[in-house]
Write a protein that binds this ligand. Structure first.
Ligand SMILES: Cc1cc2nc3c(=O)[nH]c(=O)nc-3n(C[C@H](O)[C@H](O)[C@H](O)COP(=O)(O)O)c2cc1C
Length: 390
């Protein structure tokens, strides 16, 4: 049985879809003593592309089995995680499969579905696996604890409190909510920590956590673990298109904006606020309504097989193919037909500092995921900022 407290370092690499937190990153982080998390958004398509075997497409069980076998082959008994976004296609089925194949750690993010609480009990009757939900504040913490107790005999091992500086989708609908003081980590950490710890549930802090000082601060406030995405996104193991990787290293603070379906239309069809590079060509094209309505991925279908971006209007834009264009699969499979859309957290402009660390001989130190784990956990005393060449 694996619990977060078994980790050598209290560092979770947050899942990054579509296709960014793929095998190399997950394995590097888990081997370094943190917890690597594989994204399962469109996993059937991604495995089909990786293997060249089209029979994986729409075959969720075969794809999950492939991923688990591959990770076990690379990691042996070292734990790893799977992430399922509530809004992704077949989320419930993938949660059930993750239990069936005994994925050591399962995180469920981007929304609630009461069915998931029941699934946790049915899929893991002996409570052998580490199971965590992502939450955005006190209300979500209360609902999750209450519903878990009522629907099954277990509370989650930990909840991941993700604040509005996080990359990817934020757990808020509008830019107003993203910017509201009470939704900041500072605004909601302590009440969340209190209710979780009183119920014997751990608290993981996420969204804009940057480096050992930041982690020390939250640890002293009572956080049990941290989750980061953006700091790992620039690492050499992240599965990125080369052009997007270069762009990451030159980002300025003002290049990272929040899109939503209310004010900054168009927004993500998930209806959640979504951080984007303001100049990513896929985003600019969507803003001008220039991208024809077409989807080759179907990553966020509802149960009636519809996606809000399947019709061309001002409120939603299609995100799955242009996001995947930014991944290491992008050029090979989508070529020039798709233009990249990219996301990262509010700290993305600091990735450059992590990318330009020199050793004592003046040689650049590879930007490996292991270095990010070591940095967060304070293994190296010198911070990359102090060493950075700007
Ligand atoms: C490129 C990118 C893609 C992401 N995709 C997902 C996802 O598919 N599912 C999810 O639950 N979180 C996703 N996230 C959020 C991360 O798992 C993590 O919680 C977040 O990045 C933490 O905040 P930080 O970006 O400030 O480090 C994504 C983040 C990034 C940067």
């Amino acid at each position: 049985m694996f619990r977060l407290t078994d980790l050598k370092y209290p560092v979770i690499q947050g899942s990054m879809g579509i296709g960014f937190s793929w095998f190399d990153l997950v394995v590097a982080v888990s081997k370094a003593g943190g917890l690597g998390t594989l994204t399962t958004v469109c996993i059937d398509r991604l495995v089909a592309w990786e293997t060249g075997d089209k029979s994986y497409k729409n075959n969720w069980e075969k794809s999950i089995e492939y991923a688990v076998d591959k990770l076990r082959g690379m990691l042996g008994d070292i734990p790893f995680g799977f992430n399922i976004m509530e809004k992704q296609t077949k989320s419930s089925e993938i949660i059930e499969l993750a239990f069936k194949y005994k994925v050591p750690s399962i995180t469920v993010g981007a929304g609630f579905n009461r069915r998931h609480f029941k699934l946790a009990e049915q899929g893991d009757p002996n409570h052998d696996l580490n199971f965590m939900y992502m939450i955005n504040g006190i209300k979500a913490a209360q609902i999750t604890i209450l519903a878990s107790k009522r629907k099954n005999n277990r509370v989650p091992d930990a909840l991941i409190l993700e604040g509005p500086k996080a990359g990817g989708h934020n757990g808020f609908r509008t830019i107003r909510e993203v910017n509201a003081g009470e939704n900041s980590l500072e605004g909601c950490f302590e009440p969340c920590r209190k209710i979780l710890h009183e119920s014997g549930v751990g608290i993981v802090i996420a969204g804009g956590i940057w480096g050992p000082e930041d982690w020390k601060y939250w640890k002293e406030k009572g956080a049990d673990c941290l989750q980061a995405g953006t700091a790992f996104l620039g690492s050499q193991e992240a599965n990125l298109d080369p052009e997007v990787r270069e762009r990451l290293y030159t980002l300025k603070e003002e290049d990272i904006i929040t899109s939503d379906a209310e004010i900054m239309q168009p927004g993500s069809p998930t209806k959640f606020a979504f951080k984007v590079f303001s100049d990513s060509p896929g985003y600019l094209r969507a803003q001008k309504l220039e991208r024809p309505v077409k989807c080759s991925m179907s990553g966020i279908l509802k149960s009636d097989n519809s996606c809000a971006a399947h019709k061309l209007d001002k409120s939603n834009f299609c995100i799955c193919p242009p996001l995947t264009r930014s991944s290491g699969f992008g050029e090979k499979f989508q070529g020039d037909t798709e233009q990249f859309l990219m996301t990262c957290g509010s700290n993305g402009y600091k990735i450059r500092e992590l990318a330009t660390v020199l050793n004592d001989d003046g040689q650049s130190v590879p930007y490996e995921a292991k270095r990010v784990v070591d940095w967060f956990s304070g293994v190296h005393n010198k911070s990359p900022e102090a060493e950075a060449v700007n």
